[in-house]
Design a protein around this ligand. Structure first.
Ligand code: C5P
Length: 211
């Protein structure tokens, strides 16, 4: 069984995808990390994020980059969103994601285009979202826990800019697949969001069994 979890930055999709993977005993891939690794590799090589050739060259990053703590910063996320707009970058990362999705037994993948491009055949698809303000507040709480002082309006503006870039690009824009279930986590606790996600996936699986 392939489970596709898509949605904008800080919507809770990563937490939900990890919980689904644990619940159904499936391996999980956070595909955003691959784009972040391209962004970070390009930065370290002194490349230009607007150059498709520079960005494509950075897709051959070594696996060790995937464990780099720098991948988790907001700055790397914003850089990832710039390099991910290039068709050559998306093409270079596609085979790896498809192979992960199609391993025996299935998998959970989260990202922006899993249900639409990487695995349109997924048995269950969730589109996880939340209001920009709620997402900015969640990021702010994470930063406070790390001892930093967040600027919530600035973070909200950054989140909205990233949404606009991810939804407005020509190549595999962030969009809800026609057959995806919408899960708005704005008013939900983490536990409630996870329970709702499991209920939606279970309902999909039941429907597939009846078909
Ligand atoms: O999910 P995360 O914030 O780590 O993603 C970073 C950026 O990578 C996103 O803003 C998006 O531009 C890009 N991305 C993508 N397709 C995916 C996953 C991430 O374009 N499947």
């Amino acid at each position: 069984m392939i489970i596709a979890v898509d949605g904008p930055a800080a919507s809770g999709k990563g937490t939900i995808a990890r919980a689904l993977a644990t619940h159904y005993g499936l391996p999980h891939l956070d595909t955003g990390l691959l784009y972040r690794a391209v962004g970070l590799t390009l930065l370290r090589a002194g490349g230009d994020p607007e150059s498709e050739a520079d960005a494509a060259a950075a897709t051959t990053f070594p696996d060790s980059v995937l464990a780099d703590p720098e991948l988790r910063t907001e700055a790397t996320g914003a850089l990832a969103s710039r390099v991910s707009a290039h068709a050559a970058v998306r093409a270079a990362l596609m085979a790896r994601q498809r192979a992960f999705a199609h391993q025996p037994g299935g998998a959970v993948l989260d990202g922006r285009d899993i249900g639409t491009v990487i695995a349109p055949e997924a048995g269950a698809k969730l589109y996880v979202t939340a209001s920009p303000r709620v997402r900015a507040e969640r990021r702010a709480r994470e930063m406070e826990r790390m001892g930093q002082t967040p600027d919530i309006p600035a973070m909200e503006a950054e989140i909205m800019a990233r949404d606009a870039r991810d939804m407005g690009r020509d190549n595999a824009p962030l969009a809800q697949a026609e057959d995806a279930d919408l899960l708005d986590t704005s008013e939900l606790s983490i536990d409630e969001a996870i329970q709702r996600a499991i209920a939606l996936v279970d309902a999909r699986l039941k429907r597939h069994r009846q078909e």
